[in-house]
Design a binder for this molecule. Structure first.
Ligand code: C5P
Length: 398
């Protein structure tokens, strides 16, 4: 099911060159299943026309408080009472100031004051001097205190030719923030620790022994846990993935480092999810210099030492976190996963077929506990992660 299916979003636009990004945002909101009504300030109509948004949304665009198309002449009340959220992107310096003072001198500001319990999210967009101005920063603090969610702004090149903080976030990031906002906060107040990615065991300065893991599943779970309101720490092996918002990442290379960083943090967490594909063996005799290849040489002899089992060691901690392991198997998934769950002394293990999940964008997970198996449908890893997090929240011992 699309992420915003059944949601009614009021998309507000205020004056700013970033209005051009709002057309793509509208498209993305619709692709995510939302019904979108667009409300523009007069300044916004100076940057982009209402016709663009009417054509894209297939719905009337609202700009005038006295719009006669609303039979009761109360567009602000009609929109406010049906919206699941109001999202203003771009939000100008001036509009932030208006919001901070509860002003209501046009349709969009009136709608915001009349919104009652409807959540308001804003994506600021302005020149960096305007963003860092003490008055704007004061307003931003006030808005957060009033329960308004600020999305960004981002740093970078600005339309005025200057560089700094104040750029509007990209449409995809704003959509992601809105989807995250709607996730049930089932892990509020919980601390979640995860491992993710492969580990890289050093053979010499240019060679490593590693596993074929992209880290996507672990990163998706870290994101889903953060969206669910948890305080999340992700101990990650080498991956190319960006750290999810509101997640603290500790980057490691070898399994021993991952073990040390994880064990140092585990006693202070409620939930540990071990997703990393940890190398089973480390290199006993790493070379300080690159091993050279000569035609007449025998290949180098690499000696292995077993790596510590991070998950089993966390599970053995007295008063340690509730542990969820992963089992990537190539055959006999049910038998191997349940055997692994018991061997490691953990309440839950999540199994998948390695050949289907490795480096892929989607996955088909099966959750195993002492009572049996709970299969999840084949789906995108982030959707699977959100389902798994809600299962974890429902089964976490009180
Ligand atoms: O033993 P195996 O590697 O198959 O177990 C997989 C599970 O154990 C995963 O959750 C993985 O993150 C965890 N693990 C670990 N430390 C290891 C090996 C595996 O935490 N050294």
């Amino acid at each position: 099911m699309p992420e915003l299916s059944g949601k009614h979003i009021v998309l507000g636009l205020t004056g700013g060159i970033a209005c051009y990004k709002a057309a793509e945002l509208l498209r993305r909101l619709q692709d995510a299943g939302a019904t979108v009504d667009v409300v523009m300030t007069e300044a916004a109509t100076g940057f982009i026309t209402a016709a663009t948004f009417q054509a894209l949304s297939g719905r009337p665009v609202w700009a005038d408080t006295w719009d006669a198309r609303a039979p009761n002449r109360m567009a602000h009340i009609n929109l406010a009472r049906t919206a699941d959220a109001i999202l203003i992107a771009p939000t100008s310096t001036d509009f932030m100031a208006k919001l901070a003072h509860g002003m209501a001198d046009d349709l969009l500001s009136t709608l915001c004051v009349a919104r009652g319990a409807v959540p308001l999210l804003i994506a600021p967009a302005m020149n960096h001097e305007m963003w860092t101005h003490p008055a704007t920063q004061r307003n931003a603090r006030q808005l957060r205190q009033d329960g308004i969610t600020l999305i960004g702004p981002a740093e970078g090149y600005q339309a005025c030719g200057e560089t700094g903080s104040g750029r509007m976030m990209e449409a995809a990031q704003i959509l992601q923030a809105l989807v995250a906002f709607f996730q049930p906060k089932v892990l509020a107040g919980k601390r979640v620790l995860l491992t993710a990615g492969p580990t890289s065991e050093i053979i010499d300065p240019v060679r490593v022994l590693t596993n074929r893991s992209s880290g996507r599943m672990g990163y998706a779970l870290a994101q889903a846990a953060a969206e669910a309101g948890a305080q999340v720490t992700l101990v990650s092996g080498p991956t190319a993935l960006p750290c999810p918002d509101d997640v603290t990442r500790i980057s490691v290379t070898q399994a021993r480092e991952m073990h040390a960083e994880t064990l140092a943090r585990a006693p202070n967490t409620e939930i540990f999810i071990a997703v990393a594909a940890v190398a089973d063996w480390g290199i006993a005799n790493p070379s300080a210099q690159k091993l050279k290849k000569h035609d007449d040489d025998a290949p180098p002899v690499i000696q292995f030492v077993p790596n510590p089992d991070i998950l089993a060691d966390v599970a053995a901690l007295p008063a340690g976190p509730w542990c969820v392991g992963f089992a990537a198997e190539t055959e006999h998934l049910h038998e191997h996963a349940q055997a692994k769950r018991q061997r490691k002394g953990i309440p839950v293990i999540v199994g998948n077929l390695a050949q289907q999940a490795m480096e892929a964008a989607d996955t088909e997970l099966i959750i195993f506990d002492q009572h049996g198996a709970y299969p999840l449908p084949r789906q995108d890893k982030l959707q699977a992660a959100r389902q798994l997090i809600s299962w974890i929240a429902a089964h976490l011992p009180a």
